[in-house]
Design a protein around this ligand. Structure first.
Ligand SMILES: [Zn+2]
Ligand SMILES: [Zn+2]
Length: 670
């Protein structure tokens, strides 16, 4: 550890102990440094006696990373004890656990192997072996790794040596690793781990390199935290929106439209209900909705800066005429150059000739609309909403279900306002997003304010004002927030809303960004009270974000049981036999006339089978239609959510009940 201090060196744990700052569950420490993030050090590390230190309890995220990486060492030790001749490669901690890559003779690991390895790991843990660090010379490291025939580690060592890195070894018991640490003080600190799966992985992630075996595992501070995590994983698997999207007949895909969802009738009903819902809120919050084109002349994207900055995420579009003119141009060049054409020249001709771009965002279109006529301060704030379809090219490696797609629409909006209106717009937006998140029963919202990055445009004075406005707006609403320093966009700071779903996972949904760049690029202005021209600020904001992605998150959040106001069918009528079909049809017509999304199962199936189908489709209410119901003119209702019979209800009662539940809570008349 570098330091200008002349103080004596002492192990971290000794210093913390002397200061009375070493709680029982401490696994590592933060070494606090001026003007830099804290460095994680292990408790054995000698540091100057006067260092600023902070004990890390096992539950701290940085401590978890130390526990997980230490678990990877113990796993590798266990693997090499059980499978002699196996070589190790890399073994880092990950967001949720750890892995280690192995080159194992005689084929891949099996599930039984994983259980054996876990058992051996438990033995190593209970042996309470101390983790020790030793700084060594390249020669010493080479000698040790050659002796153990760790060829991957040797290759890595040479890279470190070439980069002039400090070489350190970590040891527990007899097992040695080339590693920079940090680690827990001893193996007994590893109280809760589990190996989760095996997968192939290329050495250094390069496809032409040998394929290694990667064993994944996870580790936590204690057994309870591990069990909670494993339960969450299992629950997430059951709720996977790709699985439920298929089972509930919501979404399908086709290879001819990669990463572009087809919403089936049930999915489209929910999709439209989501948009209708946001539309109703727009009335309350004074938005005006517009419809803008899909395909623009590429000049728009040059003006907005999307070209070339965002080019690799954009779809370009060409007309046949464009193609013909490119061909003519190339033929002429070909003739002139005597048959030689450089690839670069061809590319330039193509890019110049393809005149159109498909919009990846709505902002440039809204800028054109704002600039299309002379604007006055009286029109501000102007809140423009747009559900326009967007296309972004995502590499096939990163697309996933509904959460990462190539075509989607957002509940997108841009607020053009004066700088001194930004704060009140933020307050109003906070009201809007909280109303929405409450309707979807997202209970925990985390607010993050991302501030100016190193590379940015605009004067610091404007950044000061806009960051202040964001913070003041959030504080005025009495919200707690975190600052993410340097994480803002290059054109302005932003507020992010992170939500916890029903099984505790965090998703970023809403966002609001202040933008001082757009008005400049599009030369937008309004006439102020002073009769002079002023630049408006543009606020980009979305509540649900991409409707597609939100849909995916929502499916998992509600586990396919959409609230009555969103459910594609709110009630299904189940006839006991065909004798009651006519009565069911008459009731169905009355329900529909009352605006209720009702269906009837008039198939020849037995009642039990009809109930099963309705249950599988998670329809909120089932109504049996038989002898009793025809006589009384009512319906025997069962509820999906309460999982019980609500008994006989009159048709009017059913219509009244569904009339209320069919409206999102925030829009119900109170
Ligand atoms: Zn290590
Ligand atoms: Zn925007």
């Amino acid at each position: 550890v570098n330091s200008e201090s002349n103080a004596q060196l002492k192990p971290v744990f000794a210093i913390l102990k002397e200061r009375g700052a070493l709680p029982n569950n401490t696994v590592a420490a933060h070494l606090l440094r001026e003007g830099a993030p804290p460095k994680i050090v292990d408790l054995h590390t000698p540091v100057p006696e006067d260092s600023k230190l902070e004990a890390l309890p096992a539950t701290h995220p940085d401590a978890l990373a130390v526990i997980r990486h230490s678990s990877a060492h113990v796993m590798a030790d266990a693997v090499q004890r059980l499978f002699p001749g196996t070589k190790v490669a890399f073994g880092p901690a990950t967001d949720n656990g750890f892995y280690y890559d192995y080159d194992k003779p005689g084929g891949p690991f099996t599930d039984e192997d994983l259980r054996l390895i876990e058992k051996k790991m438990a033995e190593i843990v209970s042996a309470d072996l101390r983790f020790t660090r030793e700084n060594v010379s390249p020669e010493q490291a080479r000698e040790i790794l050659q002796k153990t025939n760790e060829t991957y580690k040797l290759e890595h060592l040479e890279r470190l040596v070439a980069q002039g890195e400090e070489i350190s070894l970590y040891k527990h018991g007899e097992w040695v690793d080339l590693c920079e640490g940090p680690h827990v003080p001893s193996t007994r600190y590893l109280k809760a781990f589990q190996l989760t799966m095996v997968a192939g992985a290329y050495w250094r992630g390069v496809e032409t390199n040998p394929m290694l075996q990667r064993i994944y595992g996870t580790a936590f501070a204690d057994k309870k935290a591990l069990e909670d995590y494993l339960k969450q994983l299992e629950e997430a698997k059951k709720r996977d929106h790709r699985k439920l999207g298929k089972e509930l007949e919501l979404v399908t895909f086709h290879p001819w439209a990669p990463a572009s969802p087809f919403f089936l009738p049930r999915g489209a009903a929910i999709y439209n209900a989501l948009i209708e819902y946001v539309r109703k809120l727009y009335v309350r919050f004074d938005y005006i909705e517009v419809i803008t084109p899909q395909i623009f002349d590429r000049e728009l994207f040059v003006t907005s800066g999307h070209l070339p900055a965002y080019a690799e995420n954009m779809f370009l579009a060409a007309s046949k005429e464009n193609v013909e003119s490119v061909c003519e141009h190339l033929a002429a060049m070909h003739e002139k150059d005597g048959g030689k054409l450089e690839a670069k020249e061809v590319e330039k001709a193509l890019l110049d000739g393809i005149r159109f771009g498909v919009k990846p965002m709505n902002c440039p279109a809204h800028a054109l609309m704002f600039g299309s006529t002379r604007r006055s301060y009286r029109e501000l704030p102007m809140r423009v909403a747009d559900f326009g379809r967007l296309h972004r090219f995502e590499r096939s490696g990163v697309t996933q279900g509904l959460t990462r797609v190539r075509t989607f629409c957002q509940d997108d909006g841009h607020i053009f306002c004066a700088l001194d209106q930004v704060q009140s717009e933020i307050e109003s937006f906070v009201d809007l997003v909280y109303a929405v998140y409450k309707d979807f029963e997202f209970s925990e919202v985390r607010v993050v304010i991302a501030t100016r990055p190193d590379v940015r445009i605009g004067a610091d004075e404007i950044w000061d004002k806009s960051e202040r406005a964001l913070i003041d707006g959030v504080e005025a609403k009495g919200l707690k927030y975190e600052i993410a320093p340097g994480e803002g966009a290059f054109y302005g700071p932003k507020i992010e809303f992170h939500l916890k779903d029903a099984i505790g996972r965090s998703w970023q949904l809403g966002t609001m960004q202040a933008d001082f760049n757009m008005a400049e690029r599009f030369d937008l202005s309004y006439v102020g009270v002073d009769n002079a021209q002023h630049r408006p600020v543009a606020l980009h904001r979305a509540i649900l974000g991409s409707i597609e992605r939100f849909f995916g998150v929502l499916i998992e959040h509600v586990s396919g049981s959409f609230p009555t106001w969103l459910a594609p069918e709110q009630i299904t009528l189940l006839t006991v036999s065909e004798k009651f079909d006519d009565h069911a049809k008459a009731v169905l017509a009355k329900l529909k006339a009352a605006g209720i999304r009702a269906v009837a199962d008039l198939s020849g199936d037995k009642l039990g089978a009809k109930i099963r189908v309705a249950r599988n489709m998670r329809i909120p209410y089932r109504a049996v239609v038989g002898e009793k119901e025809v006589e009384s003119g009512g319906l025997s209702i069962s509820s999906r959510d309460e999982n019980k019979d609500l008994g006989m209800m009159s048709l009017d009662e059913v219509i009244a009940k569904l009339g209320v539940e069919g409206v999102p809570p925030s829009l119900r008349a109170s």
